[in-house]
Design a protein around this ligand. Sequence first.
Ligand SMILES: N[C@@H](CCC(=O)N[C@@H](CS)C(=O)NCC(=O)O)C(=O)O
Length: 203
Amino acid sequence: MIKLYGITQSRAFRPLWLLHELGLPFEHVKVDFHGKDLDDPGYRALNPNGRIPTLIDGDLVLWESMAINLYLARKYGRGAGLWPDTIEDEARALQWSFWVMSEVESALLSVLMHSRVLPADRRDPEKVSRNRGLLKGPFSILDQTLADHEFLAGNRFTVADLNVAAVLSWCKPARLPLADYPHLDAWLRHCLERPARKAAQLA
Ligand SMILES: N[C@@H](CCC(=O)N[C@@H](CS)C(=O)NCC(=O)O)C(=O)O
């Protein structure tokens, strides 16, 4: 059986959401990044980075949330429509998954940490302001794309939408308003309304 390591309140949320979309049976091992779980030698043998998530599927041990999702969607998601139908749309799914990790994730995480997660005395408003500024470019690009396209790869919700929306789900807890990006805002709400996203959040 598939095993997914990592608590919901981490990047493990991304594969958890996808596993719920797929409706596959899986074991959820709630390894936490608070405390000592990630120092456990058994866990380190699976993921030498000492991070979550990690996936086991048969002989495959895989880490990196986007790699896990692209693998799961390609292997198990064709029937559910989560893997794109054409090579061109596969390429778009890869493009948007790499894009959200390289252009958005780090700046958005910094806004989240410094406006919400860190204790008040460790928050740096300068970082919030700088990273909010950095996000304007990528958010405008995504908004323009979604003005002309309902979805990011093909004409239905796929792993491309899930991967990008899962990262952008941090906008709400980071209290980042999206009013300047109406197409992005509407698409994100639509993605986050999906029952599988809600089920993953409760996992
Ligand atoms: N690029 C990795 C990042 C994984 C990652 O940094 N996970 C965090 C939790 S969200 C973690 O395990 N942090 C523990 C640590 O850095 O010690 C991915 O997307 O899977």
